[in-house]
Write a protein that binds this ligand. Structure first.
Ligand code: HOZ
Length: 439
């Protein structure tokens, strides 16, 4: 694919040389697979800094950033108030491996938006949080099996790497080698947005399912919202089967609504997993839910989980300041409005050019699929034209707009994406589409 790419009019010399060196020290040149541009071709740029809605690479090229560190930067890059709060916290010490008030302050802030987390536990990543939530669900119910949805991604813990989205979908990998069959044998795959499929699975394994885990709005097969009634039926079914419902809101938390997908759709899960925005760009994950369930966690109960960096005070501070600013009156609504108008106008431009597309959006995350049919699940998402997506991605990057380097990821907006930034994005799209892209 890289060979078919138009030669860039931007200078990328410095990025090129850093890439050459990075490939010597890191497998595939990166520390997380989707960053490698493998599915869209070409060489990733190396970032020098981020400012508001923009990324600046080491060659001085500027991009409107719709990746935003894969979601966490809801206020944009290097938001002054967050930087200041983080510097003050860092000056007091980087971490102590002992309790600090910052943990409780962030927990209380999260509860003020998402009250179903009666108790929570902070960890350092979304992967760690989902993995721990699953262990807790098994420990609580005394059952082993879990159900996950085809194309949902819950981090790279062994048992959750079956039919996963995100990088696994981007690279079209089969289930990962290195994961023992005995582990994935405890994971049952269901189709997203298909309640009948779930009923069949429950009928096959009565009394054996510990939990159903899903992204309530899928974000790692591109963005795919739940069909009306799906989450309600899922809630009812899991309750009647005596198993836990786990919402992985690592992506949707503080993205589809301040109250998360659970607030938006009015469905209360038993456990919730959070990450990304709650760390404001620093590494934080969390899982939590009803006290009666959380009480099973050590040291209160027997289910073990621990972490040297858990609740790190600098990361807690970044998350707290981010949530405080994001929760200010009108901020989130404005972000949603701007993304809606970007999607609408972008849709108009694509329509004018006769390009088939589907646009899925939820709050401050969205995804354009290049396909004629609605995208309701991973099977649908896989039908979209990924070759065209790669062309679109590169052409837009040439015009200074950076979407995710994969069809199977979301685009995010931040508070810093003002109307000028949106117009700049639309101008870039107009130029790219007028020049023409082969479908
Ligand atoms: N799984 C992340 C996106 N959904 C990738 C994060 C990264 O590569 O930084």
């Amino acid at each position: 694919m890289a060979a078919a790419m138009k030669v860039s009019s931007m200078n990328h010399d410095h990025s090129q040389s850093l890439w050459t060196e990075a490939r010597e020290v890191f497998p595939g040149g990166v520390n997380s697979p989707v960053r490698s541009f493998k599915s869209v071709g070409g060489t990733p740029f190396f970032v020098k800094e981020g400012k508001g809605a923009f990324l600046i690479d080491v060659d001085g090229n500027q991009y409107v950033d719709y990746v935003l560190s894969w979601g966490p930067l809801a206020l944009g890059h290097a938001c002054e108030e967050v930087v200041q709060a983080v510097c003050e916290a860092a000056a007091r010490g980087f971490g102590f491996g002992a309790p600090t008030e910052a943990e409780t302050l962030l927990a209380r802030k999260i509860q003020s938006f998402i009250p179903s987390l009666e108790q929570m536990r902070f960890v350092s990543s979304g992967t760690e949080a989902t993995m721990s939530a699953i262990r807790l669900a098994r420990g609580y119910t005394g059952r082993d099996l879990i159900i996950k949805m085809d194309g949902c991604y819950h981090g790279h813990a062994d048992g959750l790497l079956a039919k996963a989205g995100s990088g696994v979908a981007t690279l079209a990998l089969p289930d990962s080698p290195g994961v023992p069959e005995a582990v994935t044998a405890s994971t049952i795959i269901a189709a997203f947005n298909n309640i009948e499929n779930l009923r069949e699975i429950f009928a096959r394994y009565p009394g054996e399912i510990a939990a159903v885990i899903l992204e309530p709005v899928a974000g790692n097969m591109g963005v795919v919202p739940p069909e009306p009634g799906y989450l309600e039926a899922l809630r009812q079914l899991t309750r009647s089967e005596g198993c836990l419902l786990i919402f992985d809101e690592v992506m949707t938390g503080f993205r589809v609504a301040l109250e998360g997908a659970q607030g938006l759709f009015g469905i209360t899960p038993d456990l919730t997993v959070l990450g990304k925005v709650i760390g404001g760009g620093l590494p934080v994950g969390a899982y939590g839910g009803r006290k009666a369930i959380m009480d099973h966690l050590a040291p209160q109960g027997p289910v073990y989980q621990a972490g040297t960096l858990s609740g790190n005070p600098v990361a807690m501070t970044a998350g707290l300041k981010t949530l405080e600013l994001l929760g200010e009156s009108g901020v989130f609504e404005k972000m949603c409005d701007r993304l809606t108008s970007l999607c609408t106008e972008l849709g108009e431009l694509l329509k004018q050019k006769g390009i088939s597309y589907q646009q899925n959006r939820a709050g401050t995350m969205a995804c354009t699929f290049f396909t004629e049919e609605p995208v309701r699940n991973y099977e649908d998402a896989k039908k979209s034209n990924t070759t065209f997506y790669a062309r679109w991605f590169h052409a837009m990057m040439e015009e200074g707009v950076y979407w995710a380097p994969s069809q199977f990821e979301a685009a995010f907006i931040s508070k810093a994406h003002d109307t000028t930034v949106i117009e700049r994005t639309l101008d870039a799209a107009e130029k790219v589409l007028s020049r023409g892209l082969d479908v």
